[in-house]
Ligand binder design. Structure first.
Ligand code: AMP
Length: 305
């Protein structure tokens, strides 16, 4: 089964303690697609301006990402500029230029409307809601968001929650959205407003998945060097939702395996700038890393003394 993703297709300029990248491929839909394409076919809906290096997106098309829903509009592409200091867990946004995104109205192509898995990447929640009005009857709708939208479109975001099955967000965003410092309370607050599953990512400290009856925790892969954390969240979502779409299995056990696939993809993308690492790796690399995750948390509980 394929996944429909709607989100930003950006030009990112990023500074980390290890280097700088200028105007490289970025955006929530770009990272998500590059990651999910290791699991399943992806249908992308987004917008770019006349200045976007669309030839570079060919690498995604070659990986089975259908770009026929990518609109080419007059004007400047979406640009994000961010910086990470030594704490690589939190990005400091230096500039967000919406460009063609400020007039974007997502149009879901007829061939994408029957999508069974939908990921509403980090964009204006009003646009995320517009997408849901255009799709038929997905089996799973997941969304992501960020502080920018929590601050500027809080009411729309709370309305969106009523219509999604699953949300992924990081710990800071969960606290900001729910005004709860405690993450268990924050997850409950969100679960009471619509989603049946809440995934709270904690960067290098792993990710929690909450449902009304269970909590699952996956550590982050202990990488020796993290180069650029940009896109870790969207790549996590790509691995996570991509895995669910490939298997078609929405059981609790499958959701847990999906979290590990998400964590694996997040751990790859931060090894380089932009989507470079996601384009280099293959199924065997992913399987190896998933096995390493298993090793990382395995212990024998029968040896209690
Ligand atoms: P993350 O996976 O959370 O690191 O997301 C990083 C991506 O989000 C970057 O490639 C940015 O281009 C994109 N981004 C940053 N701010 C926004 C925003 N306000 N709306 C949509 N996308 C954004």
């Amino acid at each position: 089964m394929s996944v429909l993703v709607v989100g930003s297709v950006a030009l990112d300029s990023v500074e980390t303690p290890f280097g700088k990248a200028d105007e490289v491929l970025g955006g929530s839909a770009t990272y998500f697609s590059a990651s999910a394409s290791h699991q399943t076919k992806v249908q992308l809906v987004g917008v770019v301006g006349a200045d976007y290096p669309v030839d570079k997106l060919q690498a995604l098309a070659e990986r089975g990402v259908d770009l026929s829903g990518l609109e080419h509009a007059e004007g400047e592409s979406f640009r994000w500029r961010g910086r990470y200091r030594h704490d690589l867990n939190s990005a400091e946004t230096l500039e967000t230029r919406l460009g063609v995104f400020s007039h974007f109205r997502p149009k879901i192509p007829a061939a994408f409307k029957s999508a069974e898995f939908v990921f509403l990447g980090n964009i204006d929640p009003r646009l995320q809601l517009e997408v849901l009005k255009q799709v038929d009857k997905p089996r799973l709708v997941a969304c992501d968001t960020m502080n920018f939208w929590i601050e500027s479109r809080r009411d729309d975001l709370i309305e969106l929650l009523k219509h999604v099955d699953l949300i992924t967000l990081n710990d800071g965003e969960a606290r900001q959205l729910t005004e709860r410092a405690n993450l268990v309370q924050a997850a409950r607050w969100i679960l009471e407003r619509g989603p049946k599953t809440v995934v709270i990512k904690k960067g290098e400290h792993g990710a929690f998945m909450f449902t009304s009856s269970s909590v699952f925790f996956a550590p982050a892969y202990p990488l020796e060097s993290v180069f650029d954390p940009t896109g870790a969240g969207d790549s996590f979502a790509g691995g996570f939702i991509g895995y669910l779409a490939r298997t078609g299995d929405l059981s609790d056990a499958s959701l847990r395996r999906a979290v590990i696939h998400g964590s694996a993809m997040g751990s790859f993308v931060v090894e380089g700038f932009s989507i470079t690492r996601l384009l280099e790796i293959n199924r065997a690399d992913i399987a190896r890393r998933v096995a390493e995750f298993h090793e990382l948390v395995a212990f024998d509980k029968s040896l209690d003394s």
